[in-house]
Write a protein that binds this ligand. Structure first.
Ligand SMILES: Cc1cc2nc3c(=O)[nH]c(=O)nc-3n(C[C@H](O)[C@H](O)[C@H](O)COP(=O)(O)O)c2cc1C
Length: 209
């Protein structure tokens, strides 16, 4: 994914993924953002959380997206938050990162910016919507404007796998071996496109404050 120049508006696609399914969804959503002229996608992840709290990961991961900084979040024009489902909730590494954002919360740095969420599960009824709602809550506290997936995306009505109006989702299967399918890809890209358009349209709102 191209790295945006400093002045190019960007959507931050911030995700955690242990086995790669949520990362694949993040890449599809980012492709949707980048299909909109004038806005870039910035893919960032967060380190795993260790049971030994003092343990630290290398600052740069061995592969894939680099770790998000508070500045990535502060300067974004929109945010897509992605997590695997963990007991119907977002994964703790993402929550851990969000719990470091109180400075941005106090300063209203994310207020009036559009946001969305995406997830991946092992099972079809394993809590996709519930997990998306857990990601919505901190975004509302930050004053962000949540955008799901509207039903004009007709695959919401026909998908036999992932895809919800709360945000997009992927059914990875019990063995985590189910690829992101055509419906899930189409919906994730549409979600990214919509977020890109909203980020550009709402730019003047948060830049004015
Ligand atoms: C601790 C834990 C809890 C999980 N809870 C759920 C769950 O509630 N529902 C479900 O369908 N899958 C659950 N899973 C499976 C993951 O959500 C699923 O494998 C997901 O696709 C992993 O995404 P990733 O490849 O991006 O890491 C859980 C996995 C772990 C490790």
């Amino acid at each position: 994914m191209t790295q945006p120049a400093a002045e190019t508006p960007y959507v931050l696609v911030l995700f955690y993924s242990r086995n790669g399914a949520t990362r694949e969804m993040a890449e599809q959503l980012a492709a949707g953002v980048e299909s909109i002229s004038g806005i870039a996608a910035r893919l960032r992840t967060v380190p795993p959380v260790s049971t030994t709290c003092e343990a630290v990961d290398p600052e740069i991961p061995a592969e894939g997206a680099v770790y998000a900084s508070l500045d990535d979040l502060r300067h974004c024009h929109g945010l897509a938050l992605g997590s695997p489902t963990r007991f119907g909730n977002m994964a703790s590494p993402l929550k851990y990162f969000l719990d470091t954002t109180s400075e941005l919360w106090m300063n209203g740095a994310l207020a009036d910016k559009p946001a969305t969420a995406f997830t991946s599960t092992a099972s079809l009824h394993g809590g996709q919507e519930a997990t998306l709602l857990t990601m919505l809550i901190p975004l509302l506290h930050h004053g962000m404007v949540y955008a799901g997936v509207p039903y004009r995306e007709t695959r919401l009505l026909t998908t036999q796998s992932g895809g919800t109006p709360y945000g997009t989702s992927h059914l990875a299967g019990a063995q985590a071996d189910r690829p992101v399918d055509d419906d899930e890809t189409t919906l994730a890209r549409a979600q990214g496109e919509r977020l890109g358009r909203l980020a550009l349209a709402m730019r003047s709102l948060h830049e004015a404050t």
